[in-house]
Design a protein around this ligand. Structure first.
Ligand SMILES: [Zn+2]
Length: 503
């Protein structure tokens, strides 16, 4: 699904080109300063603008706002910032749980597929204490159990409002002490049958595009799996039929109106016994569906040794014999200890690295990355909640960004964090004092390093520049307070719990 072309050239909005000067990470010289000033004056005269408008630039205004605005107002400002792409985005992990509950209990969407969720441990034969509250089954799975076990479950649409709230909360990391065990071992399994309903999946995709679009995201490259959908009778659905359901939903007017372009990556669970074969299937699927599918990813706990990158070197090399032009973005370095996963992942052919938390333990790799050979997908909220950093003083993002390594901010699993893209920007700006130039570099690189095909990529990049210029104009004038008051942000539980921000 692509955005309708709305790009119009307006002569009064000249491109805010980066003025000639030092490259990021190098100290500015007096010569560069004079050159920049002279060029700014020349540009300003050409543009017919008062010289001060360009000589001062929006960067100073942004820095002032960053330092002086209250937290809610800064959040408001950042909600309105154009945000480019979300390149690290697990489809189901980014579902908003309120939306999920509404969709899963809406018969006009899921048809005859009713869901059942576990409320209590049973006393049935063979039961153990090893059970997960709110694990959710499809109607067919529930119907296949004996009466004793069925009684442990309640239909999702029969939950009381308080139970429904508990069910939604059970799918997000919202309490102290919940970390990666809760996330990997309970929250994902809880989703259970929900992710296997193609109509639910298609509807949630559109709702996610709408939510991200409202906060200025224009491109999402979601990680998902095309061949896990079930038919209403419990048999596996032909993946091509699942694909048709999704495409039909994405073609409807409300999906197009979100203004967000969607592309998909086929994600392989790296530590599973059949993971090598899945990498092969992923390449073949992407090659056969290139208008929507653009890349292959590998995810799953990296502290499970069975998923180490070297295991996959042979299959990625074989796939390069078979296919051309398939994007590779692979999770790497989402671990606590130093290891060779990042450099081994580059050996697999990845041009984008997911997380990269342990990058600073490998000096040679850092030096290589400074040449711009790979993009790092930064997930600030995720890394904190899953405890890959205790606090942001330990985070590698500012070092990567300010060494000139291409980086972008991404949300990973925003539904499970109870957050959005604005929370990533707010964290980056408040923890690392991001400048306007750095913020824009993240946005631009998030489109430049996407696997989106041309000419769609060039169009989104041009629209990003147009939107940035409009933002600078909107908040660069004397009436910025009035413009800020017009922004209607949406903040979720993460912002409320961490910063006390609620609107
Ligand atoms: Zn991820």
């Amino acid at each position: 699904m692509t955005r309708r072309p709305t790009f119009s050239h307006r002569p009064t909005h000249r491109p805010t080109r980066r003025l000639p000067g030092p490259r990021p990470g190098r100290a500015p010289s007096l010569f560069h300063g004079l050159l920049s000033l002279g060029t700014a004056l020349a540009l300003a005269l050409v543009a017919g603008l008062p010289p001060s408008a360009l000589a001062e630039g929006f960067g100073d205004r942004f820095g002032e706002l960053r330092r002086t605005l209250s937290k809610p107002d800064l959040y408001r400002l950042l909600y309105a910032v154009p945000k480019g792409g979300d390149l690290h985005h697990h489809a189901a992990g980014c579902w908003r749980m309120e939306d999920l509950y509404a969709v899963a209990t809406d018969r006009s969407i899921v048809g005859t597929n009713r869901f059942y969720t576990r409320l209590r441990a049973g006393g049935c034969d063979g039961d153990t204490n090893d059970w997960v509250r709110f694990a959710t089954l499809s109607a067919v799975q529930w119907g296949a159990m004996d009466a004793c076990r069925r009684a442990d479950y309640t239909a999702l649409d029969a939950l009381s409002p308080a139970q429904a709230r508990e069910w939604m909360d059970s799918l997000r990391l919202d309490r102290p002490g919940e970390g990666r065990e809760e996330f990997f071992e309970r929250i994902w399994p809880r989703l259970g049958a929900l992710g296997r309903d193609p109509h639910l999946m298609a509807e949630m995709t559109v709702r996610t595009l709408r939510r991200y679009g409202a906060e200025g995201v224009r491109y999402i490259e979601a990680q998902t799996i095309p061949d896990l959908f079930g038919a209403p009778d419990g048999t596996m659905l032909d993946p091509e039929e699942g694909e048709r359901i999704l495409r039909r939903r994405l073609a409807r007017p409300d999906a197009l109106a979100t203004g967000v372009t969607l592309r998909l990556q086929y994600v392989v669970l790296r530590f599973t016994p059949n993971a090598v074969r899945r990498v092969e299937e992923a390449h073949d699927w992407v090659a056969g569906h290139r208008d929507l599918w653009v890349g292959v990813n590998m995810a799953g706990r990296e502290d499970n040794d069975k998923g180490h990158p070297r295991r996959f070197l042979d299959v990625y090399r074989r796939m390069r014999h078979r296919h051309s032009g398939i994007g590779l973005s692979i999770h790497a370095g989402e671990v606590d200890e130093p290891n060779a996963h990042l450099r081994d992942t580059l050996m697999l052919g990845a041009t984008r690295l997911g997380h990269g938390n342990n990058v600073l333990t490998d000096d040679d790799l850092v030096l290589h990355l400074r040449h711009g050979l790979a993009f790092m997908e930064i997930n600030l909220v995720s890394n904190l909640l899953l405890e890959y950093v205790g606090d942001y003083s330990q985070h590698h993002f500012p070092e990567m960004l300010r060494l000139g390594v291409p980086c972008g901010l991404s949300t990973d699993d925003s539904g499970m964090w109870d957050s959005g893209m604005t929370d990533e920007y707010f964290t980056a700006v408040t923890e690392f004092q991001l400048t306007w130039e750095e913020l824009l570099r993240c946005g631009r690189d998030s489109l430049k390093w996407s696997f989106l095909e041309e000419p769609a990529k060039a169009r989104l990049m041009a629209e990003y520049e147009r939107d940035v210029r409009a933002f600078e104009k909107r908040f660069g004038g004397d009436d910025w307070r009035a413009r800020l008051a017009e922004v209607k942000p949406v903040a979720h539980g993460f912002a409320r719990r961490r910063w006390g921000i609620a609107f």
